[in-house]
Design a protein around this ligand. Structure first.
Ligand SMILES: Cc1cc2nc3c(=O)[nH]c(=O)nc-3n(C[C@H](O)[C@H](O)[C@H](O)COP(=O)(O)OP(=O)(O)OC[C@H]3O[C@@H](n4cnc5c(N)ncnc54)[C@H](O)[C@@H]3O)c2cc1C
Length: 477
């Protein structure tokens, strides 16, 4: 008698190691049917789609090395998973949990459907250090402030040990019926075609578990040693750049944690890095409770703030043509590579919300479409933090000065020159605020403001006064 297969459904966990759903299936010894589903909802951003394409291909290759394959299906998971389980008489379906309310609702429906037909459904942890419902206040409420959240999380000690990739796997085929069409790579439809804007992505990133571990090794063996002092400087290669690998589950936060703990690095650097993983956990703990974190201000009174409408300003910000070199460098790096540095994300977010007085949701949406690491928890949480509309957020009246930020964190202009080539020959003393420089000297460096680099779209002092005045009126009301 043949053994009933186990379906392993890969979602945001494109890896073989530390994959609890896969390891449990392998332990059972049953043949495994590996699937992933291109679901219509939620619609993901274009940069996210680009990475997903690479993530699927990399996992396909890894499974092929083990003698199997990944079946890529398209449609609603609620339709496909129960039907597939029935068609192949699966003993169970395994998956690693997702934590966004929409995804959880789909998973709950599928679990109920499977159970009603006698198929077991097993879900496993993995995408977070701790399950979001475990870190709660004494009153059993979600934390609203990061520091006590992280203190409570750290009391749990180290996360569980990470699992090795299963040594051997046996595979089950997709049932031979027209009901399930396994997509070829050229049918995924995730890559940009006309125009193909992904050249910079291909030059910068290699999706997949193998590349993730190469990145991680380099980081813990070298960069982590100076992490807390250098991580704020965008020209330095001083942060891990692991965010898209975490987003697609090529590595788990538990693997990062253990690698950092074993690294030969000063404790303050390791702790700072672990605390950043803590911010990621905090963001997910918020989304777990509040589905509308990307659409509603967590401090609802801010939804009444009179945000401006300014399509030209928004376009200038999106395309890196604001006339503020650090802002422009960040927005161009984002467009070119799908990623930008955390300090720069803060500066550009503050600029959009406070200098242009544009609704933080405009920025959130642009990042959601252009970031390869976009995640539905960290992105809105950080936007709301920077806008002052969120929990534990920087107050609205704290307005970053993009010139001072530039002078402090990119003092010799190296980062700006990398991403704003028109300013390549401008010396450090002029590069942060070219409009304040002697225009003849600037011309000697090949820059004529208004011709090949824009004048600032708004003066900092004016923008600051406008934002504070709106804030005061709003607060008074
Ligand atoms: C406006 C704005 C939007 C952002 N949107 C996203 C997003 O969509 N996805 C995303 O992963 N991060 C987001 N971040 C957080 C942060 O900028 C990135 O996680 C970080 O830049 C990734 O680079 P890294 O992997 O080198 O980080 P490292 O400094 O090496 O940190 C390690 C890991 O910790 C986590 N982390 C670090 N900082 C934060 C943070 N502030 N919030 C949550 N997690 C953090 C990330 O998973 C990161 O990979 C956003 C920040 C801002 C200001």
């Amino acid at each position: 008698m043949s053994i009933a297969p186990v379906i392993v459904w890969f979602r945001e966990d494109f890896r073989l190691s530390d994959n609890a759903a896969l390891s449990a299936a392998a332990r059972d010894g049953a043949p495994i049917l590996c699937i992933t589903i291109l679901e219509p909802e939620p619609r993901q951003g274009a940069a996210h789609d680009w990475w997903r394409d690479g993530a699927i291909r990399a996992l396909e290759a890894a499974l092929q090395e083990k003698g199997g394959r990944l079946h890529v299906l398209r449609g609603k998971a609620e339709d496909i998973v129960p039907a597939l389980a029935k068609a192949c008489k699966a003993a169970s379906v395994h998956w690693n949990r997702r934590y966004d309310p929409a995804g959880r609702a789909i998973d709950t429906t599928i679990k109920t459907q499977l159970k009603s037909t006698g198929t077991e459904a097993h879900s496993f942890p993995g995408a977070l250090l701790h399950e979001p419902w475990t870190i709660r206040t004494q009153a059993d409420k979600p934390f609203q402030v990061f520091t006590p959240f992280w203190r409570a999380a750290r009391k749990y000690g180290d996360p569980r040990p990470s699992l090795p990739a299963p040594d051997t796997l046996t595979f089950a085929p997709l049932p031979k019926t027209d009901q399930f069409h396994c997509l070829n790579q050229d049918e995924f439809g995730l890559l940009p075609v006309a125009p193909d804007w992904a050249t910079g992505f291909r030059e910068t990133w290699k999706p997949g578990e193998k590349a993730a571990h190469e990145h991680l090794s380099l980081f813990v063996e070298d960069t982590l040693r100076g992490y807390s002092e250098e991580r704020d400087y965008p020209a330095a290669e001083a942060c891990s750049r692991l965010s898209p690998y975490l987003r697609f589950g090529h590595v788990t936060p538990a693997q990062l944690w253990h690698a950092a703990m074993q690294a030969d690095a000063p404790a303050q650097n390791r702790d700072k890095f672990l605390a950043e993983l803590g911010w990621r956990e905090f963001a997910w703990s918020i989304l777990f409770e509040q589905a509308n974190v990307a659409t509603r201000s967590l401090r609802p009174e801010f939804d009444a703030l009179p945000w401006r409408t300014d399509p030209k300003g928004l376009k200038a910000w999106q395309s890196g043509r604001t006339g503020y070199p650090l802002v422009d460098a960040g927005m161009r790096e984002l467009w070119h590579t799908g990623w930008t540095h955390n300090r720069v994300r803060m500066v550009v977010a503050s600029f959009l919300v406070k200098h242009l007085l544009l609704d933080w949701r405009e920025g959130e949406r642009w990042f959601a479409d252009t970031l390869v690491d976009h995640d539905p928890a960290s992105n809105p949480m950080n936007w709301q933090w920077n806008a002052g509309t969120g929990v534990d957020a920087a107050p609205f009246f704290r307005i970053m000065n993009p010139v001072l930020q530039s002078e402090k964190f990119d003092a010799d202009g190296e980062y700006i020159r990398r991403w704003v080539p028109e300013l390549h020959r401008v010396p450090a003393g002029m590069i942060h605020a070219p409009w304040a420089a002697d225009q003849e000297t600037l011309k000697g460096c090949g820059v004529v403001l208004g011709r090949n680099y824009p004048h600032p779209i708004i003066e900092h002092k004016l923008a600051r006064e406008r934002a504070l005045s709106v804030w005061k009126t709003f607060r008074g009301a």
